[in-house]
Design a protein. Structure first.
Length: 151
């Protein structure tokens, strides 16, 4: 049997539980046709680079599949029929990665940073200096008058 990586994108208005149900449905389809799914990764709701079928975001999921080509063909046919799937891609690989994918590693690194995804953007900025507020000009230092005399 051949090894495949399949990534599919579900519509943004589909709930996470429905995406998990779709993943389970696709896994059962592959196993019923003589294959196995060794890894399932839900990458979350991510922004799309460009609009696809009027969607700006999508739920991404990765499946590592060890199955005959007929099972993969049926999986792709099922995905193309399903209205909740806006894109899918299946690639044949030489070996399956058992470690977390690059997307999962990157998101884990982001969550380890202080301040979340944005990082500590203003951590090394010095505190603001005090300014006089509007209306406090009377208590400010005296200034030269218009005639050039000092007060």
């Amino acid at each position: 049997m051949a090894l495949y990586e399949n990534v599919f994108i579900a519509r943004q208005d589909v709930a996470t539980t429905q995406v998990e149900a779709l993943t389970t449905q696709f896994t059962e389809l592959v196993t019923s046709l003589g294959g196995t799914v060794s890894k399932k990764e839900y990458w979350g709701l991510r922004s799309l680079t460009y609009r696809i079928k009027k969607n700006r975001k999508g739920h991404y999921t990765l499946l590592n599949i060890d199955a005959p080509s007929a099972a993969v063909k049926e999986l792709e046919r099922t995905m193309s029929i399903n209205e909740d799937i806006i894109r899918y891609m299946t690639v044949r690989v030489d070996e399956l990665e058992e470690a977390p994918s690059a997307i999962m590693v990157r998101s884990a690194e982001k969550s380890d940073r202080p301040g979340g995804d944005r990082g500590d953007r203003w951590g090394d900025r010095p505190p603001r200096r005090e300014r006089s507020r509007f209306g406090d000009e009377a208590s400010a230092a005296p200034v030269a008058s218009e005639t050039g005399e000092e007060a």
